[in-house]
Every structure is written in structure tokens, then in C-alpha cells.
Write a protein that binds this ligand. Sequence first.
Ligand code: ZN
Ligand code: ZN
Length: 206
Amino acid sequence: MNTQADLRCRCGEVVGVVTNASPRTVNRVVCYCDDCQAFAHQLGRADLLDIKGGSDIVQVAPASLTIAKGQDRIAGVRLSPKGLFRWHTTCCNTPVGNTLGPAIPFVGIVTHAFDSDAQRADQLFGTAVPILGKYAIGEPPAGSTGLNLPFILRAIGKVLGWRLRGRAWPHPFFRPNTREPIYPVTVLSPERREALRQKCGPSPAV
Ligand SMILES: [Zn+2]
Ligand SMILES: [Zn+2]
């Protein structure tokens, strides 16, 4: 079965498609880490975080995601010079994919972009595993603070499998020839990163 999931930014300028969408082909997490929280605050999109500061993210193979419309409205942020590339739209600051460089092929997409009248993320991708709960605001979700070895092994297995099966390319955010980012990237200053940290768990100062 080849299930297609439609991705849409909040305002509709940017539209994408994920092929092979099913609980079997992806990793779905709610990530409580302070980097994901900082990114949401950087975008002014704290509305995407759950009550404990979690980001609901589905990880897919790079070749599974195609940006179909609005390519001129995509940019990237790195919280530090070696941080993840966190891609988002510039029209309405919707996250559309967290990535490392193309050598470690995965794209983590905030699942809100998949919820619409026509489809629900829960039906497409199944349930999420809570991770990095030590940064959660308030009581960490059950099972989110320890080392979840089965989950880690599954996530590594997925990425290795995507690499071995040629699902790293085409990559939605990197050029195949130079391996450079397709879209403009901003690296936050240490001062800005620190200011964002004040808003993040486990104990937000503001
Ligand atoms: Zn938009
Ligand atoms: Zn995170």
C-alpha cells in the first residue's frame, strides 16, 4: 500500500507530499528537548508545543518528502553552528523538516502540518513515543526520561535502512551534486540561543 500524506503550512502557501506514509515506515516521537522548544519559540510558534513543551514529530526518509509548492518560502535555522538544520516556511513560520546533513538521512516533520479536515496524523503515522522528557515542563510524561533502547534501535535501523535502500536522495533540502543546502540558512547567535533557553523546560524563566 502506498499512502500519500499531504503536508500544508498554516497559511497554505507551502504544500508538500510524503509518500509511503504508515506507522511501519516512520518514527513518530514527541520530543521534549530544549532545542525543539527553542526552535518553536524562535519561530513564534509556541502554539505547536504541547502543554509540557513537547514537539510531535514524524521522521521520514528524505526521498519520501517532496515540497510541491512554495519553494521560495522556505528557510533554515540552526540554533548553533553545528546544530540541526531546522527548515520552516517564511510565510507563516510553520516547521517543515528537521535534518542533519544528507549523510544521515532523515527528515523530522512537525505533525501538525499533516492534520486537516481530510486526514489525521494519528491515522497516518500511529502513536508517538515520548523522548527526552527531562526537559519537559512539569512532570515528565511516563517513559520519557529513561533510555528507551527499543525505540533508539528502531530509529537507527530506520535511518540505516533508508540509506541502504537509496532513500536518502532526492533530498528535499540539499542539492545532490554539491550537498549544499537548497534554501538560505541562518545560524543563531549565542546570545539569541541563550535568550531562547530562558523560555524552555524543564524550568522556564519566562
Ligand atoms: Zn505558510
Ligand atoms: Zn527535540
